[in-house]
Design a protein around this ligand. Structure first.
Ligand code: 5GP
Length: 208
């Protein structure tokens, strides 16, 4: 996917339990030029989560220091419980190298990124049905019934943001959802505004 077009800043959101992580991991595996941004958070690691791979786990004091230093591209106090933020340096380095970067962030963070990076491509991952999402949240087995119910109510509210996104991918079959993500990347890279200058010059010296 790298032959032409600059790297994309892809913002991927969707309710907890919808399968964003699985889709993004497969997307990255199949497309080495797609890099995943690793967020910082003040929440505790879940079983199996690794520091520096899934998140950079920080104390509140460390996180606040990073905010003051301007180290985040965006940050949020998600669920009014924990801080989450996207470290700026990795994203900027990768884009400069022509790689695409995926930010797996919440809906409000996504809106902030759109303001600061108007060229960002926003993709919303939706469940086939809300009942299906509830089953997946329960099946994950990592949270209490109370937390699951809270996350489900948040999911219902997050779904209202869907129309503000550039694309919606329904995660019915994960392989298909990954193929849809690849199609979005290809289509976005084919936009005339994203063509490298040399290509447009070859096409007659005019910027398309
Ligand atoms: P979880 O705790 O389940 O890993 O993530 C909770 C929520 O925080 C998800 O909606 C996730 O997309 C969002 N999130 C993760 N990292 C970031 C980040 O860097 N910025 C923002 N705004 N949201 C994030």
């Amino acid at each position: 996917m790298k032959p032409y077009g600059e790297g994309l800043l892809l913002v991927v959101s969707g309710p907890a339990g919808v399968g964003k992580g699985t889709i993004n991991a497969a997307l990255m595996q199949r497309n080495p030029e797609v890099k995943m941004s690793v967020s910082a958070t003040t929440r505790a690691p879940r079983p199996g989560e690794l520091a520096g791979v899934h998140y950079f786990f920080k104390s509140e004091a460390e996180f606040r220091r990073m905010i003051e230093e301007g180290a985040f591209l965006e940050w949020m106090h998600v669920f009014k419980l924990h801080y989450y933020g996207t470290p700026k340096s990795f994203v900027e380095e990768q884009l400069a190298q022509g790689n695409s970067v995926v930010l797996e962030i919440d809906v409000e963070g996504a809106m902030k990124v759109r303001e600061s990076y108007p060229g960002a491509v926003l993709v919303f991952i939706a469940p086939p049905t809300m009942a299906d999402l509830k089953t997946r949240l329960i099946g994950r087995g990592t949270e209490t019934a109370e937390v699951i119910e809270k996350r489900f109510q948040i999911a219902v509210r997050e779904m209202e943001y869907m129309e503000k996104y550039d694309y919606v991918v329904i995660n019915r079959i994960p392989e298909q959802a990954v193929a849809h993500m690849e199609a979005i990347i290809t289509a976005e890279k084919c936009r005339p505004a994203r063509m490298p200058k040399t290509k447009t010059e070859q096409m007659g010296g005019k910027k398309l």
